[in-house]
Ligand binder design. Structure first.
Ligand SMILES: Nc1ncnc2c1ncn2[C@@H]1O[C@H](COP(=O)(O)OP(=O)(O)OP(=O)(O)O)[C@@H](O)[C@H]1O
Length: 342
């Protein structure tokens, strides 16, 4: 069990990046190499982010590309220092008390390795044991358990660079957990993995949370990760928190809609859409509509399709399917709805 509660408190977090801009043209390009001549611009990555995460929970941090998720993760991991705002993780300020802090967290970046590329996996583990000063009895127990649950035995003696992506991800998880941290931060833990590997990683994360009470914070673009794991979802967009709710609330409020796909034997009709119905881009002889069944019943909507067409005879309706939107659809519409202003 974790030895201290990994409560995360983030208040009004702000962070900007200063980037050099390069005006077009080779002469301007050369001048841009001189620091004094270089034009700079500022990117506001976080514009006041606030949330609290309770120990023992699994929280998903989601948002479109460039929203600020990795910046939050890097600040929570102690890699980056914000411009302003307050952050404590289990009472420690990550960037100010970094050494103590990193001994209490595990971090896995799906796109980067914390293991040594040319070293066998097990040698990397031993190095991490020394770096984190893990007491030998704890190390032995943890290593044995992680090797077993993450099925590492077959490739412990192989250099990391020879591993498949799925094997490397499992080794990375073990590496992040050797020192038994009460908080595990995962940045895109299933990126690029095949379906069975994704399932295995999700099952491992869930068990870790249930059995050890480890607090989990993960970013992902894979909504199946969120559906399988996150009891709570924080949506970040344009450096701000757009939504923060239990996953079930997000599901109930946004997944109640239905999608109707109708195909016609000819051009689809032009419709005056009733309230609660939105037309989606569709091609050829197909019409796609999202509708709220509380406002218009499916048979009534189908009735409209068969009668529509103005003065011309409507194309005959060939087929109709009604589906629930996937969590991906819901989230991408949510992002569109909250798109940053100019
Ligand atoms: N080192 C950096 N230097 C300059 N700008 C940066 C840097 N890191 C991030 N940014 C900018 O800050 C903003 C937030 O980036 P961040 O990587 O936090 O987003 P993200 O939500 O993790 O995106 P993604 O889903 O694409 O990984 C973006 O506009 C990005 O271009």
């Amino acid at each position: 069990m974790p030895s201290f509660p990994a409560r995360i408190v983030v208040e009004d977090l702000r962070k900007s990046y200063r980037v050099a801009t390069r005006p077009p043209g080779s002469r301007a390009g050369l001048a841009a190499w001189l620091p004094s001549r270089r034009p700079w611009r500022t990117i506001a990555a976080l514009r006041g982010v606030t949330f609290t995460i309770e120990p023992g929970t699994i929280t998903g941090l989601i948002g479109p590309n460039g929203a600020g998720k990795s910046t939050v993760i890097k600040i929570l991991s102690g890699i980056l220092r914000p411009e302003s705002g307050r952050v404590t993780v289990g009472g420690l300020v990550p960037w100010a008390q970094r050494l103590r802090h990193v001994g209490r967290i595990g971090v896995v970046f799906g796109q980067r390795s914390q293991l040594w590329w040319d070293l066998p996996v097990d040698d990397g583990f031993a190095l991490l044991r020394d770096i984190y000063r893990v007491p030998p009895p704890l190390y032995r127990t943890r290593r044995t358990r992680l090797v077993e649950t993450l099925r590492l035995a077959d490739f412990l003696d192989q250099p990391v660079r020879q591993l498949s992506l799925g094997q490397r991800m499992r080794a990375e998880l073990a590496a992040a957990l050797l020192h038994a941290p009460p908080l595990l931060i995962l940045d895109e833990p299933t990126i690029g993995l095949d379906a069975p590997s994704k399932l295995a990683i999700r099952a491992f994360i869930r068990d870790l949370n249930r059995q050890d009470g480890t607090t989990i914070l993960l970013t992902t673009h894979d909504m199946h990760d969120i559906e399988a794991l996150a009891e709570r979802v924080i949506v970040i967009g344009d450096g701000r928190v757009l939504a923060d709710s239990p996953f079930e609330t997000l599901r109930a409020t946004t997944l109640s809609g239905r999608r109707l796909i109708a195909s016609f034997d000819g051009p689809p009709p032009t419709l005056a859409l009733p309230e609660g119905v939105t037309r989606l881009p569709a091609t050829g002889q197909t019409l796609a509509l999202d509708f709220d069944p509380a406002r218009i019943a499916a048979p009534d909507l189908i009735g409209l399709l068969t009668q529509a067409g103005g003065s011309a005879a409507p194309s005959p309706l060939a087929d109709v399917t009604i589906t629930r939107p996937s969590i991906e659809d819901v989230i991408s519409r949510f992002y569109e709805h909250h798109a940053p202003g100019p």
